[in-house]
Each structure stands twice: as C-alpha cells, then as structure tokens.
Design a protein around this ligand. Structure first.
Ligand SMILES: Nc1ncnc2c1ncn2[C@@H]1O[C@H](COP(=O)(O)OP(=O)(O)OP(=O)(O)O)[C@@H](O)[C@H]1O
Length: 987
C-alpha cells in the first residue's frame, strides 16, 4: 500500500535535456525522493519513446541564471536547476565554492605585461616547423660531430682496407709469347694425351638406320679385341708433347685421362648421357662421335666421312678433329704414313701484368658495409627521440608528424649522400675499376636508390624498438649478417643459371640483398678486360633493370608501412588509430566543433551509461532517505559517501557545480575539460581507470592546481590534455580547439613542462629555446630577444652555451619551464615544475610562473602544498582519477572543517593520550599516527585554543607528553581528509 502523501504529490518534472550532473544535483536537494523517483521514471519512459525522433534537443539553460560574467575573469556560477523544481537555492548559495576570482598576484602582474609585449601567432606554418626542425637537426648533428665524422670515414676506411689488400696482392704477370719477341710464336700441336670417355654411335639420322656395320663395325669391337678404328684413336695417333711443355693458356685445356669407349644404340641415349654428364659436371673431358656417313673406296684410296664431334671443351675441338681424321686414314685406308696435323697458334702479345681488382664479385660485400653502417645512425636517431620522449615533447609543442618525418628523411639522406660522395672520390683516387669502368650514372643511381630505400627501411624497423642500445646492436648484427649472407646467396644464385625468377625476387625483397646483387652484376661486367656496364647494356641485362625497380618499390613499401605502423602500433605514448582506420568515415570526414556539438556530446555521454540509470532508479525505489531540508556541506559529503557505498556515483556539490559551469554556454574559459576519462588496459581482462570524468575550466589569469596522492591520475590527465594519450572518453578544448578533433591546433596553443625533463643531452639551452620558439612561429630578432629574455628569467644566461648533459637537475628543470613558457601559449601545463630543485631555484620557478599567469591559463600539478598555496587560485583534489573537491584554497579549508592541526608526541605508546584528546575535543579527527606521534584535525570554533593549551600543559606528565604543537590547517590536511578511504576504480 502506498502512503497517501505520496499519492497526492505530483512527480517532479525533469527537463528533457537534463544532464546527469543536474540530476545528481536533484538528488542532493530533493526533499522527497519518492516524488523524484516518479519524476525519473516518467522521464525515462518519455525519453525512450522520444529517443528515435528527438535528435536535435538542446540542453536547457536555467531561466533564473545568476551568472554574471565580466571582461575580467570574475564571475558567479549559476544554480543550474530548472525553475519548476522544488530546490532550495539557499543551501547551494551558502556554499562559497562557486566563486571564481582571479588571484591578487595575477592582477598585480598585469602591469608588467605591457613592458614586454610578445607577439603571438599560434597558427600552423609548414615552413616554420620545417625550418625549426631542420635547424634543430643541424644543431644536433653539429654536436654529434664525432659520430658523424666516423660515419663519413667508414667508406674511406673500407676503401683504404680494400686498397691495402689490393696493394698487397701481387699482379699476375704474363711474359711475352715470342722467342725472340720479333719472331711470331710457334705453332702448337694439339696435345692429345690421356683422353677420356668418348661415346660412339653408329646411327644414320637421314636414312633412319644403322650405317653399314661391315664398314664401321670393327670400330665397336675395341673392348674385346683391342683392335679397330678406335684402337687407332687410342694408341696410334698420339703426338708426343713437346718438352718442356710450353704454357699456352689461351689454347685451352687438354684431356688427361685414358679413353674409355662406350657404344649407344640411339641418339637419345647419347643425348641423355651427355646431358647428365654435363649437368652433373663430373669434371672429365668428354667427346662423342656421331657417325652419319662413312664411305671408303680403297681402289681410289678415297674416304668420305660425315662424323659429328661433340666435346665439352671447345678449345680442344681442333685436337679431337685431328685425332679422328688421323685414325680414319690410318685404319681404313691402311695408310700409316699419312699424318694430318692440325696446329694452333696463339696471337703474339708482349709481356703484361694483370692487376687484380680487389673488389671482384666474390668480395663486393665491402660496398654493402661501406654504405650500410650509416643505417645504425638512421635507426638510433629516431629511436633516441622516441626513447627520451623528445618526439612526444615536440608533438606537444604542435609539431606535425609528417613534417618531422620529412625533415628526418631529408636529413638522413643528406648524410648518406655525403658518405656516397666521399666513397666515390676515394675510389676514383685509388682507381677502383668498379668506379672507373662502369658508367658513372649507372652506379650513382643505384647508390641513390639504395639510400632512399635504406632510410625508409630504417624508419620501418625503428617502430619496433624503444631503446637506442637494442636498436644499435640489432642494426649492427643485421648489417653484418646481410652483408655476409647476401654475398654467399647472391654468388650462388648468380652462378646458377637455373635459379628461378621467384627466388631472385623474394631474396631481393630485403633491400641490402638487392643492392648487393646489383653491385655484383656491375662487378661482373668489368671483370677480365670487359668494358663495364653502361645504360645501353643495362636495358638488355636480365637483372639490373628489375633490381632498380625492386629497390624503388621497396622504398615505397617500407615508407608506407612505416607510416601505417606509426599510426597503429601502440607505444607508451601517442594517440593511436584503429588498424583499419582508413575504412572509418571519421578518419576522412572532419567533425563539427561547435559548442552545441559539445553539449549534445555531454548529454549523450550522460545517457550512455544505462547501468547508472538503473542503479539510480533502484536507489530511489529502495532507500528511504531522511528528509533534510537544510543540508550542511558535511551532510552532503556524508550523502555522497552513503550513495557511493551502495554503488551510486554521486558528485560532490563543488564538483557538480564546476561541471555545470564548464558545460554552460557562458563558459568562455581558455581551458575546458569535459568528462575526461582515461582507461589503461593493464591485463587482458583488467582495465585501470586512471582519470575518471575529470571536468573543469581554467580561464585566462587563473592557475588551477591539481593535487592528490601518488597514482591519483594527475600526470595522466596532463598527458591526455596535451595529446600524448587519447582520451577513452570525454574531451577538452584549449583556446577553442578540441583535443579530440583538432589536436594539432590545440597543441599549438599549449606549453608543457612535463614531469621529467625532455631534452637533447647534446644540445645547449639556447638551442632548445630557439627550436621551441621557432615552433611557436617566432623568427629573427623577435626570437633572439625572447630567447634572451627566457634565459634571463630562468637564470640560465651564463649556461646557455653549455650542453644540457652538463646541467644540474635544477638547471634542467628551469630550462624545461622556459620551454613551456616560450611563445606565450594560451594554456600552460606544468607537472611538478619545481620537483627536485633547491629552494633557490624553486623561488625562481615560482616567480616565473607568477609573471606569466595573467596572460594565460595555467594547470599546475604539484605535491608541494606551499607551491599550490602560493601559485594556485583554485585547487582540484583528485584521488583514484576522480575529482574529490574543487575550489579556492580557503573555501576548501573551511569546507573540510580542518581549522587546526594538533600534533602530540608521547614517550610511551599506550599513554592514553588519544582518549584524553577525543574526550576533550569530540570533533577531533585522528589524521595519522607515526610511532608515538599523533596528528589530529580540529574543526574551527569547536573549542577555544586557550582551553587546549591549558589542558595539555596541565596533563603533560600524566600522559608522558614530550612534544606538542598546534597550527592552522593547511592544504595538506584538506588533501588527507578529502582522499581518506576512497575506493579505487579498478575494473
Ligand atoms: N601508460 C600507462 N599504462 C598503464 N597504466 C598507467 C600508465 N600511465 C599511468 N598509469 C597508471 O595510471 C595511474 C595514474 O598514474 P599517474 O602517473 O597519472 O599518477 P600521478 O597522480 O601523476 O602520480 P604521481 O604523483 O606519482 O606522479 C597509476 O596507477 C599508473 O600506474
């Protein structure tokens, strides 16, 4: 049965466009939750029925808004509830958290602004970024001169080694072949000794059968009778070698084994055995005789023969023909006195020595070494900037990655070409035939193509490394392995004419193997006395054109693959795309960035959590809350905890008001953060919510401090804001640029001082500031002036030309701060800017931050409560990613009731002091206890201070009190109180 009161009351009318934050507000303020319950139910029902048609709903802004904005940053946030809701506005207005006032510091510092006007141009400029990066690379490479010199000297070193080996290799001397030189060389008889394996066939192709066996039959009887024609070939036709045996290399080789005869009955058999012998290359001298026709006329003493002679040694063919004819004459015509001699004669030549080129095809892997060692630098330069997060730091400064890669590419290519020119110059000086005999453009184009491909390949493999050390070691191993293996591989393939095209192509897909092969072909072309490769010859070469094509294709493939992997491979930082991002419409179509879109996004975001709605309705159905018309802030905090205990996410009032203001159209703040959420996948099933619906705004002239315990999500929030991480949910806008849609524009307006110093150790302070200044479009005189000023501000003028590696921790921190401030960004994000610095440096840091405060919005993350109190206008306390409270320091102190902190030390552990204190001050809250020291928070006005003094003095001995003190509570106490026992959001 329902209570009659409930039946009478109308359900609360909830505006259609209410956001969850506004609804939360209702729960806090509503006197009758059942009435609200009915309102919610009605809302959900009408919302479901309208959801398909009502797509263009705009959030209703309060009619009775009390917002007053002025040209300065002072304003009062409104109560955002609808006028038809029974809400006690007095309770919210009594809480001072809603006031947003620029600090006195910022107002006073405005005067100093006019004295030094810094031109501000945060628009993206391709030329400026290109120039900044190129000059930075020049500066960096100048500092790296030892490494670069070594790189340039590698080819010189290689060529020198080759030259030394060449000098040490004696040339081959050929004496002249005449005695004396004026006479022609003698005829040389063919040396027909120790023949081996001729194959005999008596087959007549034309007549389709055997030649008359009576005529030549005896020739085949040799194995049995040792008689016949073949016997003549074997035994009676030898010509003795002249003694001493003259060396006439050009006349070819001669057989050295005894003959073995075999007969085959078909030509196919002969072909087959000949083919097998030659393919298997048994290393023996072969000749075959094919008797096609043999006519003998003893009466006329004539002989007509058609005998085909095949041999695997062309140069010995003359000798074989001679042998066969002599045997024929002697055997068939029985003319033992006839001797036909076929002689050979070398062309005359004078003595000469042949200089062996060191770089023969077998040794040309030296070229690969010569031009590949620079790959280690290409890879390590990229990985260095990745490992040290410098790339991220440049990204935060608004650098467009396509410009970064373009400059990296051009710079590496320039380095490579210097190496190529040095190598060619030295090789020319030492007269390496590779260079002198090949047409210049043939190998130059090859070197250029290899350079292009090698750099693209280096970038590609750099994606897989995050440590310079590993990448260097792996690159060296790769170069040595590919040089040696491609040498073996290519020699084997090139020498084997049966290597398939597929094998050639697949192996050449590794750029270094393809390059090595091309070098081998160039070397082969000048070997001996060949003239070397020219373009004319290349186009009829069976491999060279395709190797040029392959190298160019690999340049494109590795270039594209690298760009793709850069976009999708997850590293510790960066906004990564889905592997199929190019199929998504959002990748091609730019979204609208109007405030209306933001508001719709918020509305959808709030509704996107149906579980919350369900839990909310459950809550209002099942819990009978006490009717409290006037809740104190403490009560409200208790309610938050109470609702949180039963699983309902309730926002503290100050946080809720900050949300309402942040989403309101009146909000013109420079930094607006909307429900920023970041999850990390920490295992396959577990996600960690590092930042949970962070929502706030910072206007020009304000410094918002974010404080919280370790792992609260402070740094992660900053990293999301500056674009290092993509938000899991929510968004933020920096000077009107949404970080999820126009990150690069937002980054142009941000200055970041990260938690750790992200600096090039080899570059000096001035070069750092010049680079970041150029990134912010500062040039010429202005740049010089501002760099000088920045250096002076952070007291680094004297150390400006020293490399950063020689800076102390404090100096690096000051330089990082100067980098964040250069170019007058609209928003400055500082992550513990004074951590690890001495008190002297800390004062400098604070002064500098103060002096910049009036012209931008500052977000300051700190663990130093003094720093927060001195610099921050407002404080946001976060814990487990959630905002615990937000407001001005004094407001937070008063809200948390932490008026004083009482610290007592006793000499014994169980002295009974705790009971004594809690009896005397029931509101006292034990903040922490370390050994015998206890610290209590004592709310304002609950006891007179003199009473405490008196009571402690009188009972000092009774409770063994050795030391005690009382102090006004600070931010630290607020932090401790507000983050006490709050659960984490581990999912
Ligand atoms: N890349 C990451 N991958 C996984 N978890 C991360 C990553 N970065 C941060 N976290 C986790 O997110 C949580 C918040 O970390 P964050 O560095 O933002 O904390 P913080 O408040 O800045 O801490 P501190 O005060 O110590 O700097 C931590 O639990 C941390 O382990």
């Amino acid at each position: 049965m329902e209570d009659s009161n409930n039946i009478e009351k109308e359900p609360i009318s909830i505006p259609k466009d209410i956001s969850l934050s506004q609804l939360n507000h209702l729960v806090f303020q509503s006197a009758d939750l059942r009435q609200l319950d009915r309102g919610v139910t009605q809302y959900i029902q009408s919302d479901i029925s309208n959801s398909t048609t009502n797509t263009d709903t705009k959030p209703t802004q309060p009619d009775d808004s009390k917002v007053t904005t002025s040209t300065t940053t002072s304003f009062q946030a409104s109560n955002t509830t609808s006028s038809n809701l029974p809400i006690e506005s007095s309770s919210s207005s009594s809480i001072p958290i809603l006031e947003r006032k620029p600090s006195l510091i910022s107002q006073s510092s405005k005067t100093s602004e006019s004295s030094f006007a810094i031109p501000k141009n945060h628009n993206f400029s391709f030329f400026n970024q290109f120039r900044a990066l190129f000059l930075k690379s020049v500066a960096y490479q100048k500092r790296q001169y030892k490494t670069n010199l070594f790189q340039a000297l590698v080819p010189v070193l290689m060529i020198s080694i080759m030259a030394m080996i060449q000098i040490a290799t004696p040339p081959e001397v050929h004496p002249d072949n005449t005695y004396p030189i004026s006479l022609p060389p003698p005829f040389v008889p063919p040396f027909l000794v120790n023949y081996t394996v001729p194959y005999i066939l008596n087959w007549n192709d034309d007549e389709g059968g055997l030649v008359d066996s009576n005529v030549i039959g005896e020739c085949c009887q040799l194995p049995m009778t040792k008689q016949g024609f073949l016997n003549y070939i074997n035994n009676q036709n030898q010509i003795e070698l002249p003694t001493p045996n003259p060396n006439y290399p050009t006349l070819g080789m001669f057989p050295s084994n005894n003959f073995t005869f075999q007969q085959y009955n078909s030509r196919d058999e002969l072909d087959e055995i000949t083919y097998d012998q030659s393919v298997n290359d048994i290393g023996e001298f072969l000749f075959s005789l094919l008797f096609s026709n043999l006519e003998i006329n003893p009466s006329t003493n004539t002989l007509s023969s058609n005998i085909l002679t095949l041999s695997n040694n062309t140069l010995s063919t003359t000798a074989i023909v001679n042998l066969v004819h002599n045997a024929l004459y002697k055997y068939y015509l029985q003319s033992p006195n006839i001797t036909l001699t076929t002689n050979l004669k070398e062309f005359p030549f004078s003595s000469y020595s042949e200089r062996k080129d060191m770089i023969q095809p077998q040794e040309n892997f030296w070229y690969l070494f010569m031009l590949s060692f620079c790959m280690v630098i290409f890879v390590s330069n990229v990985v260095y900037e990745k490992e040290n997060r410098i790339r991220e730091s440049m990204k935060m400064a608004g650098l467009r990655m396509r410009i970064y890669w373009l400059v990296q590419y051009l710079f590496n290519f320039t380095l490579y070409m210097i190496i190529v020119f040095v190598a060619i110059a030295f090789a020319y000086i030492l007269k390496f035939r590779f260079f002198t005999q090949t047409e210049f453009s043939v190998y130059f184009v090859l070197f250029v193509l290899f350079g292009m491909t090698q750099i693209a390949f280096s970038f590609f493999i750099s994606v897989f490394f995050s440590s310079v050390y590993t990448s260097t070691v792996v690159s060296f191993i790769y170069i040595i392995f590919t040089a040696l293996s491609s040498n073996l591989l290519n020699n084997a393939f090139i020498n084997n004419p049966d290597t398939s095209v597929a094998t050639f192509i697949i192996t050449a897909l590794v750029p270094h193997v393809a390059f090595h092969r091309a070098v081998s072909y160039i070397s082969i072309a000048y070997i001996g006395n060949s003239p070397g490769l020219t373009w004319q010859k290349i186009f009829s070469h069976h491999q060279m054109p395709s190797l040029y094509g392959l190298l160019f294709g690999e340049f494109l493939i590795f270039g594209l693959l690298h760009q793709y992997l850069e976009m999708v491979v997850t590293s510790s930082y960066g906004v990564k795309h889905h592997p199929l991002f190019f199929l998504q419409k959002s990748f091609w179509v730019e979204k609208d960035n109007s405030s209306e879109a933001e508001q719709i996004q918020q509305k959808e975001a709030d509704k996107a959590n149906p579980n919350l709605w369900k839990r909310f309705v459950n809550y209002v159905n099942n819990i009978d809350r006490p009717k409290e018309q006037h809740q104190t802030p403490q009560d409200q905090q208790t309610n938050v905890q109470e609702m949180s205990d039963i699983g309902i996410e309730m926002l503290p009032l100050d946080v809720m008001e900050e949300r309402n203001f942040t989403y309101s159209p009146e909000n013109k703040s420079l930094v607006k953060v909307f429900n920023l959420t970041k999850d990390f996948q920490i295992s396959r099933k577990k996600k960690l919510r590092a930042v949970d619906n962070l929502t706030f705004s910072i206007d020009r002239g304000q410094c918002m401090g974010i404080i919280g315990p370790n792992s609260a999500g402070k740094t992660t929030s900053l990293n999301v804001l500056c674009g290092l991480y993509s938000p899991t949910f929510g968004s933020a806008s920096i000077d009107g640029h949404d970080i999820t849609r126009h990150l690069e524009l937002a980054q142009q307006n941000i200055g970041v001082c990260a938690q750790y110093d992200i600096l090039w150790s080899e570059m000096n302070g001035r070069e750092h500031l010049q680079f970041y200044g150029r990134m912010k479009n500062l040039t010429g005189e202005t740049l010089t002036r501002i760099v000088d000023k920045s250096l002076a501000e952070v007291m680094l003028t004297e150390a400006q030309y020293k490399p950063v590696r020689s800076y102390s921790g404090g100096m690096k921190r000051r330089l990082s701060l100067a980098i964040a401030l250069i170019g007058s960004p609209s928003a400055i994000l500082l992550d513990e800017p004074s951590s690890g610095v001495d008190p002297f440096s800390r004062r400098i840091v604070w002064d500098v931050i103060n002096s910049y405060k009036h012209k931008c919005a500052i977000l300051l993350i700190t663990h130093n409560m003094d720093e927060a109190e001195v610099l921050c206008d407002r404080i946001c306390i976060v814990h487990h990613g959630k905002t615990m409270c937000i407001g001005r320091t004094t407001d937070l102190k008063s809200r948390y009731g932490a008026g004083y902190t009482l610290s007592i030390t006793t000499s014994t552990k169980d002295s009974g002091i705790h009971e004594f204190i809690t009896e005397m001050i029931p509101q006292a809250q034990l903040l922490h206890e370390i050994a015998q020291n206890k610290t209590y928070a004592i709310p304002n006005a609950c006891i007179r201070l003199s009473t405490i003094f008196k009571a402690i003095q009188e009972n000092k001995e009774r409770f063994s009190i050795t030391d005690w003190g009382i102090a006004k509570s600070g931010l630290e106490d607020v932090l401790l109180q507000s983050t006490k026992d709050k659960p984490s959001s581990l999912k």
